[in-house]
Write a protein that binds this ligand. Structure first.
Ligand code: FAD
Length: 464
C-alpha cells in the first residue's frame, strides 16, 4: 500500500489499471472490495484488495500483470470463489483478478472428445453441454454447480467420481497461461498422449494461481457409459466397517464411480436439517454408484454389502430415486454449517489405512472435546472431517487447533497427505516442511521463483 514516502499513489495505480484493462472492469468501491476479498467461512491472514478487476480477455490479464510489475503489487487470481482453504481471498493491497467472466465454451469437439474452455466456465455447465452430445465432463466436485474450470485446475479439484474417473489433473490436456511477466504460454495440446518436453501442463494443475493465470483450458470429455448406473444407499455399524467394505468394493473389479461415506454425527445433522431418520439406522452411511451395471455386477455389490453387515440397503437404477439418494449427500454441508461454525478438512490416506484414520479422528474428537462430522470420498481414502464450534465464537477454539494438528500428523504417519483435493491456500501453507520435507520445500520455492521471481502471484498461498 502506498504510504507518505511512496513513489506513487493509489490514483496512479488505478489510472494504469484503467488504461491496461480495456474489455473488463476495474472496481474499487468499498462494497465490492469487502465482498470479493473475504470468503465467509474462515478467518485467516487475508485483507482487503486495492482493486477488483474482472477480466474479459487475455489482454486484460496481461494488463493486470503489467501494472502489478510496475507497482510491485500482489495479484490474487479468483475464479468462482468457492475455495475452502482461503485460496482466493485478497491479501493487503492486492489486485484481485477475477477470471469468472471469461466464461465461454470455445469448442466442443465430439470427434476427438475434448472441449476448449475459458476459466470461468462452471463445471456443471460444461458437463451439461457435453451430455447433449453423448459425452460428459468427469471431474465432479460437490461444488460442481458453482465452481469453475479455472479454479478446479488451480486446486486440482477432485470429487465424487474421482475413484473411477480421476481428479481434474487426469482430465486436462492443455492450458494457455499468462505468466507474471505477461508472456502467454501454450502448454500441452489436444492429444490424450504427450511425451514431449517437461510436463508443464501438470505443473500448473494444482498450482493455485502461484505460477501463472490460466486463461484457456483443453479438457478431456468422456463418452457416456452404456446401459444403466446402479446407485445405492447402505448403512453400516460404524465408519471403520464402512471403510473396509469400501476397500472391498473398490478392489472387486467393478470400478465403482462413487463411494461416498458419512459418519453418525453427519447423519444426525442431516436428520435434524431434513427431518429424516438415518442416524437411528446405524453408525455410518455409504452412497455408491456403479456405471454400466450388469446383473453379475449387481450381485457382487449385494454380496459385498452383506459381507460387511450392511443394513437398510437401497439399490436403484431409477434416475429419480438416484437423485433422492444423492440429495442426502448434498444436504450434508448446509446441515452442518447452518448451526455451527466449522472448518472442513481434507486428508487422504492409502485406502487400506482409512479405517485407522477414521477411528483416530473419532478418538481425537472425544479427547479434545470437539464435535467432528466426518464424511468423504471413501473410494479415494479422502476424508473431510469437519470440526465445529459454537456459532457465537468467531475464532476457532484452541481445542480445534490441537485436534487439527493431531489429525494432520496421523494422516502423514499413515503415508497420506493433508490435502487430497482442496489444495493448500493460506490455511495449510505452514505445513510444507512437515509434509514435503525441507529439500522439496526449497525446490518448490525455486520453481516458484523461476516463474514468478518478484513473488507477485498469490503470495502466501501454497508454499508460503
Ligand atoms: C459446497 C462446496 C463443496 C465443495 N466440494 C468440493 C469437492 O468435492 N472437491 C473439491 O476438490 N473441492 C470442493 N470444494 C472446494 C472448491 O469448490 C474447489 O476448490 C474449486 O476447485 C474452486 O473453484 P473456483 O472456481 O471457485 O475457484 P476459486 O475458489 O476462485 O479459486 C481456487 C484457487 O484456484 C486459483 N485460481 C482460480 N482461477 C484461476 C485461474 N484462472 N488461473 C490460475 N489459478 C486460478 C485461485 O487463486 C485459488 O488458489 C467445495 C467447495 C464448496 C463451497
Amino acid at each position: 500500500m502506498a504510504n507518505q514516502f511512496s513513489a506513487y499513489d493509489q490514483a496512479d495505480i488505478l489510472a494504469a489499471l484503467k488504461q491496461n484493462v480495456t474489455a473488463g472492469t476495474v472496481q474499487t468501491d468499498e462494497e465490492t472490495l469487502q465482498h470479493q476479498s473475504y470468503s465467509a467461512q474462515v478467518a485467516g491472514q487475508h485483507a482487503p484488495a486495492l482493486a477488483f478487476i474482472s477480466a474479459k480477455s487475455v489482454a486484460d490479464v496481461q494488463g493486470v500483470m503489467k501494472v502489478a510489475r510496475q507497482f510491485h503489487l500482489p495479484v490474487v487470481t479468483q475464479n468462482r470463489f468457492t475455495s475452502t482453504v482461503i485460496g482466493a481471498d485478497a491479501v493487503s493491497g492486492a489486485l484481485l483478478l477475477s477470471t469468472a467472466q471469461m466464461d465461454k465454451i470455445l469448442e466442443l469437439n465430439t470427434a476427438d472428445a475434448y472441449a476448449v474452455v475459458q476459466p470461468g466456465v462452471i463445471n456443471g455447465d460444461l458437463d451439461k453441454e457435453a451430455r447433449k452430445h453423448g459425452l460428459f465432463y468427469a471431474p465432479d466436485p460437490a461444488s460442481k454447480p458453482m465452481s469453475g474450470i479455472g479454479g478446479n485446475i488451480g486446486t486440482n479439484a477432485g470429487g465424487l467420481s474421482g475413484v473411477r474417473y480421476g481428479s481434474t489433473r487426469d482430465n486436462v490436456l492443455g492450458l494457455t497461461v499468462v505468466l507474471a511477466d505477461g508472456r502467454v504460454l501454450k502448454l500441452g495440446g489436444k492429444t490424450t498422449k504427450q511425451a514431449f518436453g517437461y510436463d508443464l501442463t501438470q505443473l500448473f494443475v494444482g498450482s493455485e494461481g502461484t505460477l501463472g493465470v490460466v486463461v484457456e483450458a483443453t479438457v478431456k470429455l468422456m463418452p457416456l457409459p452404456l446401459g444403466k448406473s446402479l446407485m445405492g444407499l447402505a448403512f453400516f455399524k460404524d465408519m471403520p466397517t464402512l471403510a473396509k467394505a469400501t476397500t472391498a468394493l473398490r478392489m472387486s473389479g467393478l470400478y465403482p464411480a462413487m463411494l461416498e461415506a458419512m459418519d453418525e454425527n453427519t447423519l444426525k445433522a442431516i436428520d435434524a436439517y431434513k427431518g429424516t431418520d438415518y442416524a437411528s439406522k446405524s453408525g455410518a452411511a455409504l452412497i455408491l454408484r456403479v456405471d454400466s451395471i450388469s446383473p453379475e455386477g449387481e450381485q457382487i455389490v449385494k454380496q459385498t454389502l452383506a459381507d460387511f453387515g450392511a443394513v437398510n440397503v437401497q439399490l436403484t437404477t431409477d434416475e429419480a430415486d438416484q437423485e433422492k439418494i444423492i440429495a442426502v449427500r448434498q444436504a450434508m454441508l448446509p446441515a452442518i454449517f447452518t448451526s455451527r461454525n466449522a472448518v472442513m478438512e481434507d486428508m487422504a490416506v492409502p485406502t487400506s489405512k482409512m479405517a485407522e484414520l477414521v477411528a483416530y479422528i473419532q478418538q481425537v474428537g472425544k479427547e479434545e472435546g470437539v464435535e467432528i462430522f466426518t464424511a468423504g470420498h471413501a473410494g479415494d481414502g479422502n476424508l473431510h472431517p469437519t470440526l465445529t464450534w459454537d456459532k457465537d465464537q468467531a475464532e476457532a477454539p484452541q481445542a480445534v487447533t490441537v485436534a487439527l494438528r493431531r489429525m494432520f500428523t496421523k494422516a502423514l504417519e499413515l503415508g497420506g497427505t493433508i490435502s487430497g483435493e482442496h489444495a493448500v491456500g493460506m490455511l495449510k501453507n505452514q505445513w510444507n516442511n512437515v509434509e514435503l520435507g525441507p529439500d522439496l520445500d526449497y525446490l518448490q520455492h525455486q520453481i516458484k521463483a523461476l516463474f514468478d521471481p518478484m513473488n507477485l502471484l498469490n503470495p502466501k498461498r501454497k508454499i508460503d
